[in-house]
Each structure stands twice: as C-alpha cells, then as structure tokens.
Design a protein. Structure first.
Length: 187
C-alpha cells in the first residue's frame, strides 16, 4: 500500500510533524476575533523570550523575501551606499533587492560554506564612511555558514550605518544553541 507523505517543500523537503499537519487542517481563525488576539499575544510573548528581549517584537505576514524587501524599501533610499555580505543564496537575495531599489551596494562575497569575516566588513566600512546600511544573514540557510553578527555589530556600531540581520533561521538556531549550551553546563 502506498501512503503519500505530506512534505513542506521550502527548503526541504521536510517531513511535517503530524500534530502540525493536523492543526493546519483546522478551520481558519479570523484575524479580528479575540481568539486570534490571544494567539497573537502569546506568539509575541514567545518571540520576546526566544530573542531574549523585553522590547517590542513584530511579526511580518509575508515570506522571508517579503520581509527583506520591506526592510530595504523602508529604511533606505535610491543611491544610498550599503554593504551586503554574501555567503550563499540569501545573501545574494539581499544584493538583488538592494540593486532593485537602486542602492549603491558594495557586495562582500565569499565562497559558499564560508562566512564573511568581521574584519572584511570592518575594512569595507573603514574604506567608505558614508555607508548607510549593512545586510547580513545570521545563518546562511543555503550553505550552513554562520556569520559572527555580534562582532559584525560591534564594527557597525562604530559608524552611522544601520545593520540589518536576516535571522529567519538564525534566531531560533542561535537561541536554541545558547539554551542547549546553558542546559549542558548546568547538568
């Protein structure tokens, strides 16, 4: 007997957790109901805990690319100088979006599987103090490379640039890794 398995095909294929698949079969919850507001507030609270912040967090109802596009279009203007760190497909996507909006992008590219070093970024920032933004991925999902966003952030903090981190997979990955390391140290 052939059993068809449902798979989420971005980026996968990834087997779906049966309770999640079952939950997706339920009827939709209208976004203007109290039930939805309760779920939304709970998600925001969970995101704050995951990110280790008491500040506001926002959820964006779009794909990751939609969030990247919104970031570029809302924070920068045509002709602004930016640095784009490319270590895979999602870094390449930052570069494509920056160019589509007419930004003057200095693209720092490393071979797939490697990471743009904080020193490379620091050199690019030192070479052009008029840079207004830096785009980087916390983890480059397409290659498995992880950028040292903490060290990169320290370099960017010495300038007037805005650092934008694509942490779609990186937040949970880093948050889970830190939590796991903490648990292992305490046991």
């Amino acid at each position: 007997m052939y059993i068809r398995k449902q798979r989420l095909l971005t980026p996968g294929p990834t087997p779906l957790y049966p309770p999640a698949l079952h939950a997706m079969m339920a009827s939709d919850m209208h976004h203007r109901t109290e039930d939805f507001r309760k779920v939304y507030r709970a998600c925001l609270a969970d995101l704050k805990e995951l990110m280790g912040t008491s500040n506001d967090v926002l959820m964006f109802a779009a794909s990751g690319t939609g969030a990247m596009d919104a970031t570029v279009s809302n924070l920068f203007s045509r002709g602004d100088k930016v640095v784009v760190c490319v270590a895979g497909k999602f870094g390449e996507r930052w570069a494509e979006i920056a160019k589509a909006y007419g930004l003057d992008a200095n693209v720092l590219t490393v071979p797939y599987g490697q990471s743009v070093s904080p020193e490379m970024l620091q050199s690019a920032l030192a070479a052009d103090p008029s840079v207004k933004g830096v785009f980087v991925q916390a983890s480059e999902t397409s290659t498995g490379a992880a950028h040292d966003v903490t060290a990169m952030g320290k370099a960017v903090a010495k300038t007037d640039a805005i650092m934008v981190v694509d942490a779609i997979t990186g937040t949970a990955l880093v948050g889970f890794g830190l939590r796991l390391a903490t648990e292992q140290r305490s046991s």
